[in-house]
Design a protein around this ligand. Structure first.
Ligand code: PHE
Length: 332
């Protein structure tokens, strides 16, 4: 009986260890532990033994069964581990590789212009500042010397937000409120530019968009004069557009600057591009920003980034910039 059991066990363990897959192992398991398997037959034959031998023979069968089961479990886990490893290798994805024929995207041309402008001004010693797109009417208007009822408010076609008292919260119509936030935030000397998104209730056409981008500049320091403003605009023009480009100021009116001017860029071919507004910061604005106009003076300027990008790349309809059509975007 014991010899027979040893033979059964040895061949069972050999069959188990010979299985090369979990599926094959499952088959071996039914062969080894099935009703007609040698082990089951040995178990059944226990009944035919004389009673005094049954107990030890029964124990021997159980011990054999136990060892076969442990061999089965051990081989099952090593097969499972190996199969998992093979699967991982087979299903591996190389996410670092750009598939052949794929194209790599690039920044939108407005973003490119925005970043290039930041670079130019940072190179001239300015810091980049930010403000919220949803503004109070105080930051967007009152603090900029545009009190309620001032005709300049109507000129802005403001989009109001349904928040607080009606007419007190709006989508900023220009980046000029960042002047106020910066002055309230830091002591002069101030040298900042604030690029950002602005909003006006405008119907989109070739030269206007209801959402567009501006770049604001603000300088507040001792003895800042109109000559500093003109010199800064001129230095920026050359740095951004390149040699051969010059600038000029034309008298204009803004409530938040006095005197105020419009500034134009002259291309090497002699033609002019109207770029933006500028002027010496109005004393009321310095006061609103908590700065003493007797001790400090400053200048500010602001212009549209989108038109600049459109001009640089020869885009004649601003709407094209924002359709998100890759056939358009891929040209740049
Ligand atoms: N905020 C003005 C506009 O949107 C531009 C401007 C900025 C003018 C700063 C003067 C000084 O038209």
């Amino acid at each position: 009986m014991i010899d027979e059991l040893n033979t059964i066990e040895t061949s069972a363990v050999a069959a188990i260890e010979g299985a090369t897959s979990l599926a094959a192992l499952a088959e071996v398991k039914t062969e080894v532990f099935g009703k007609s398997a040698p082990l089951a037959k040995a178990q059944r034959s226990l009944g035919t033994l004389p009673p005094e031998d049954r107990k030890s023979a029964g124990r021997a069968v159980n011990e054999s069964r136990g060892r076969i089961e442990r061999a089965l479990d051990a081989h099952r886990s090593s097969l499972a581990e190996a199969e998992r490893a093979t699967q991982l290798v087979a299903e591996r994805l190389d996410l670092t590789e750009v598939p052949e024929g794929a194209t790599v995207g690039h920044a939108h041309i407005v973003t490119q212009a925005w970043q290039a402008l930041e670079d130019v001004f940072v190179g001239m010693g300015f810091r980049v500042a930010e403000g919220p797109e949803v503004e109070t009417d105080w930051h967007n208007f009152d603090a900029l010397n545009i009190p309620p009822g001032h005709p300049a408010r109507d000129g802005f076609d403001t989009i109001y937000v349904d928040h607080g008292r009606p007419g007190t919260t709006l989508l900023r119509t220009h980046t000029s409120p960042v002047q106020i936030r910066t002055m309230l935030d830091q002591e002069p000397p101030i040298y900042i530019v604030a690029p950002g998104r602005v909003f006006r209730r405008d119907t989109a056409d070739a030269t206007h968009m209801p959402v567009f981008h501006q770049l604001e500049g603000l300088v507040v320091d001792r003895d800042i004069s109109l000559a500093d403003l003109a010199g800064t605009i001129e230095a920026f023009t050359e740095a951004y557009f390149g040699p051969g480009f010059t600038s000029r100021l034309r008298p204009n009116y803004f409530p938040f600057t006095e005197p105020s001017a419009e500034f134009d860029i002259q291309r090497p071919d002699g033609s002019w591009l109207e770029l933006g507004g500028c002027g010496m910061v109005h004393p009321n604005v310095l006061n609103a920003g908590g700065i003493d106009p007797e001790r400090w003076t400053g200048f500010a300027f602001g212009f549209g980034i989108d038109r600049l990008a459109a001009m640089k790349y020869g885009v004649d309809d601003l709407r094209e910039l924002f359709t998100g059509d890759v056939r358009f975007l891929n040209q740049f």
